[in-house]
Design a protein around this ligand. Structure first.
Ligand code: PGA
Length: 330
């Protein structure tokens, strides 16, 4: 199948003047919807980004962005060029990886995407890996659950880490670590000292949840739905840290992954409640499309992740212990 760029190329020889630099700058600007952020990412100036995008648009003969108010949006031509751009860079990445694999060296690029909640432990697991394979360049993107699935569909990364893998035939999902979700309150809340608190009583208190698209939010919703209980949601916040602070400040109770409580200062101001049905038992999974040919670097990391986390291995009776052991070891 012809790519949109090759079709344009046949009609217009101006494309001979397109350079990979222009495509790289354009891709970053399109991804961020911002010339300024593209410039920051690529360590160039904002006028350089504007100039490269301008030259690319001139070569193609169509505008690639349009400005509405303060924001820039891709035009139809821009979307086509972005699509082709990604194919070109993925193809070059594959070529680089193949060459490295042919040389049998543990180096190259490892692209990981992980949900925001994993930021409390993924860097710790990555550190020894990077020491072991100093030739491997790691690009790690943290996004929420929905945004991660979009990246998966666009085939942007080698491996994806989350706790609710999509129920799809074409996806390989390997569990590797416990992810208990706990009910939390301010340390001085009357519930803090109670044992075997009834879920209905917990649900009568104001509840703070993560933003739409978050995996944590999805798990909390499923948990209450399965029990036919509607919690009183009074606040939505876009990060685990913001929720912890809001709970400490007395704005409501919440349910978060135990991994988010790794900082003693925060833990001292919060209480983990003994509520019926908690902790919610979940596991972190590493996933990738079954038909994807993993590079040597990606399969080495996959093997490392599965082996390394065995020492914190799933204790069905006490998943909280897994997380605590991980805190102690790190
Ligand atoms: P989140 O995902 O960081 O988007 O809430 C967490 C999860 O998958 O459990």
């Amino acid at each position: 199948m012809k790519s949109p760029l090759s079709e344009i190329r046949q009609k217009d020889n101006l494309l001979n003047s397109i350079t990979l630099d222009q495509l790289q700058v354009f891709e970053a600007a399109a991804r961020h919807c911002s010339f300024t952020r593209a410039a920051e990412e690529l360590f160039v100036t904002q006028p350089t980004v504007s100039m490269q995008v301008k030259h690319l648009a001139q070569a193609i003969g169509l505008p690639l962005f349009e400005q509405v108010g303060k924001r820039i949006y891709l035009t139809e031509a821009g979307k086509e060029v972005l699509h082709s751009c990604r194919e070109i860079f993925q193809c070059l990445d594959r070529l680089e990886t193949t060459i490295v694999d042919l040389k049998g060296m543990k180096q190259g690029k490892l692209r990981l995407a992980a949900v925001t909640t994993t930021k409390y432990f993924i860097p710790k697991l990555l550190k020894p890996f990077c020491k072991l394979y100093p030739g491997v360049k790691v690009a790690l993107e943290f996004t929420n659950h929905e945004a991660l699935l979009t990246r998966l569909n666009e085939n942007l990364d080698d491996l994806y880490i989350l706790s609710c893998p999509p129920n799809r035939e074409d996806i390989e999902a390997k569990p590797f670590l416990d992810n208990p979700l706990v009910a939390i309150a301010p340390a001085n809340h009357p519930f803090a000292k109670q044992h075997k608190l009834c879920l209905k009583n917990f649900a009568e208190e104001p509840l703070i949840v993560r933003e739409e698209g978050s995996g944590t939010r999805k798990l909390v919703r499923q948990f209450f739905e399965q029990r036919g209980i509607s919690p009183r949601i009074n606040l939505e916040l876009g990060s685990n840290e913001a929720i912890q602070q809001a709970v400490i400040d007395g704005l409501g109770l919440s349910v978060l992954s135990m991994h988010t409580l790794n900082c003693a200062e925060v833990r001292n101001q919060l209480a983990i409640l003994d509520v019926d049905g908690f902790p919610i038992h979940r596991q972190w999974h590493v996933i990738f499309p079954k038909k994807k040919q993993l590079s040597i670097t990606a399969s080495t990391f996959l093997e490392y992740l599965l082996t390394e986390t065995q020492q914190f291995s799933t204790d069905n009776d006490n998943p909280m212990q897994t997380v605590k052991t991980l805190w102690v070891q790190s």
